[in-house]
Design a protein around this ligand. Sequence first.
Ligand SMILES: Nc1ncnc2c1ncn2[C@@H]1O[C@H](COP(=O)(O)OP(=O)(O)OP(=O)(O)O)[C@@H](O)[C@H]1O
Length: 248
Amino acid sequence: MPLLTDVHLPATQMVSVSKSYPGAAGPVPVLREVTVGFPAKSMTAIMGPSGAGKTTLLHCAAGLDRPTSGQVLLGETDLGACDERQLTLIRRSRIGFVFQQFNLLPMLTAYENVALPLRLNGGRPQRAVVMEALRQVGLEDKAGRRPAQLSGGQQQRVAIARTLVVQPEIVYADEPTGSLDRQTGRQIMALLRDLVDRAGRTVVMVTHDPVAAAWADRVVFLYDGQAVDKIDNPRAEQVAARLGLWES
Ligand SMILES: Nc1ncnc2c1ncn2[C@@H]1O[C@H](COP(=O)(O)OP(=O)(O)OP(=O)(O)O)[C@@H](O)[C@H]1O
């Protein structure tokens, strides 16, 4: 499924990416020659049955894991050609990652959590930059709170602000609404959508929820480690029907 002809050039392009894990009877393939692009300034959802390889795909795309073979291009940078130090720098400065469980540091305030990537990059965080990231997620008035003093949805907003603070080229999110109730999940999806439409960000998200996937511009379906289908401008019922094919 090469997407090189899309209107928007891909922020990330995965070419023939395979990934195996060692098993008792030899390598177990989890991704099989997946070719997919994530167009810039758009939102892509990745869906598929449990064990299809969605998280593995996201981790390979984000440089958190290395494919067994194939190529991952972030813009023009071939992640496979980078050593660990270069990859760490790229992950810190060009890629954002949002987790289902927020992964905030509990002893730090919202402000300090958001400032952390700037500190890790060796800079002295500018207050205006950190506050602007918090403003983008609607939490400038909660800067002094610790995660335990925030709701789940607010914690996920802080986690999103933490990715935005470095102005990443692409934000990956693994089940960003998976730990939230439906109403809060909708607010998080509206926020991610807004980041694409208003701020020109690129978002790629794994989800099990057809309603969340319907916020995306495109849904890519993974099945048994292969990209088998896609729907552009998806509607939730369409996505649910496509997923239902695997359940029957
Ligand atoms: N570090 C690992 N070592 C060995 N096997 C792994 C590892 N990580 C994932 N797997 C296996 O790879 C397969 C795909 O896992 P992955 O988490 O990518 O699937 P998924 O589609 O995200 O599933 P889910 O929807 O259940 O989260 C699974 O069979 C899993 O057990």
